[in-house]
Design a protein around this ligand. Structure first.
Ligand code: 6PG
Length: 261
C-alpha cells in the first residue's frame, strides 16, 4: 500500500531552499551510510536552481562528501548541453562546477542527439550499468527530484502522453506542448521505484495545479502525470512554499519553520 505523501510547507523562499538542501543532505547521508553510494536524479526547469545555490552555499557545501554520489537526470530537453535551456547546463553551472563534481559521476541525457530514440535506449543502458541493475529489472534510485508544470506535467511526462502508459521502457522520448518540444524523460516505472521522490514546487503560479494533484476533485485531475507519481514502496515528499500551497484544503503539513529551527 503506497504511503501517503509528506507535505512540507515553507513560509518563505529562504526556508524553502534550506529545507530542500537539508532533505537532499539527509537522504544522501543515509544512502551512503547504508549502500556506500548515493544515486540521485536531478529534475529540470528553473526551480532546482534555488536548491543548487543552497547546496553550494557555505552553509552546506562543506557538510556533504559528494564523491560517492552518482547524478542522473529525470528528463532533458532536445537541446545541446551548452544550451541555456538544457537541464544539464543548469546543473553543471550551478551545482557540478561549484562542487567540483567529477564528470565520471554525472550521467547526462544526450538531448542534442538527432536520434532521440537511440539516445533514450543508450541512457537506459547507462542507467542499468551505473546502478548495477539486471536487464529485466528496474533501477531503484535513492532520490529522484521532480518539478511540476502548471498543466500537471512532471519530468517530461505531459498530460495524455503515450509514455505515461509505457511500463517497459525506463527512458522515453516525448513531445512538450511548449518548447523545446522534443524531450527525453524517465518513465513512471523508474520514478515510482525510487526510495524517495521529492517534488520541489514554489510560487503562486503552481497553487491551482498543486491543489489538483494533492486534493483532486475529478478523474482528469487524478490522471495528471504528477498524480500518477505514487512510489511502489518509497517515500513521496512535497516541499512547497506558502504560495504554492495556498489552495490546499487542510493539508496534513509539517511546517518547515519548526523543522528548520
Ligand atoms: C523540464 C522539467 C519540468 C519542470 C516543470 C517545472 O525540463 O521542463 O523537468 O518538468 O520541472 O516544468 O518547471 P519550473 O521549475 O521552471 O517551474
Amino acid at each position: 500500500m503506497a504511503r501517503s505523501p509528506e507535505i512540507r510547507i515553507a513560509p518563505d523562499s529562504h526556508t524553502w531552499a534550506a529545507s530542500a538542501a537539508e532533505l537532499v543532505y539527509t537522504i544522501g547521508q543515509e544512502a551512503v551510510r547504508s549502500n556506500g553510494r548515493f544515486l540521485m536524479a536531478l529534475s529540470g526547469g528553473t526551480t532546482p536552481e534555488t536548491l543548487y545555490r543552497a547546496l553550494t552555499s557555505p552553509a552546506f557545501s562543506g557538510r556533504f562528501d559528494w564523491s560517492q554520489t552518482t547524478f542522473f537526470f529525470s528528463d532533458e530537453r532536445g537541446v545541446p548541453p551548452d544550451d541555456p535551456r538544457s537541464n544539464y547546463a543548469l546543473a553543471n553551472n550551478a551545482l557540478f562546477t561549484p562542487l567540483n563534481i567529477m564528470p565520471s559521476q554525472v550521467y547526462r541525457m544526450a538531448g542534442e542527439s538527432r536520434d532521440l530514440q537511440t539516445a533514450a535506449s543508450e541512457y537506459e543502458q547507462q542507467l542499468r550499468l551505473a546502478t548495477k541493475t539486471s536487464p529485466s529489472a528496474k533501477p531503484t534510485l535513492d532520490l529522484i527530484l521532480l518539478g511540476l508544470g502548471e498543466d500537471g506535467h512532471t519530468a517530461s511526462l505531459f498530460p495524455e502522453a503515450p509514455a505515461l502508459l509505457d511500463s517497459q521502457s525506463l527512458i522515453a522520448v516525448t513531445q512538450s506542448p511548449k518548447g523545446p518540444t522534443t524531450r527525453l524523460t524517465m518513465t513512471l516505472g523508474v520514478i515510482n521505484r525510487a526510495s524517495v521522490i521529492l517534488f520541489l514546487v514554489a510560487g503562486t503560479g503552481k497553487a491551482e495545479v498543486v491543489r489538483a494533484v494533492l486534493n483532486p476533485k475529478t478523474e482528469a485531475e487524478r490522471q495528471l502525470p504528477a498524480s500518477l507519481v505514487v512510489p511502489e514502496t518509497g517515500r513521496l515528499i512535497w516541499l512547497l512554499d506558502r504560495a504554492a500551497a495556498a489552495e490546499l484544503q487542510n493539508p496534513s503539513t509539517v511546517d518547515e519553520r519548526t523543522r528548520a529551527g
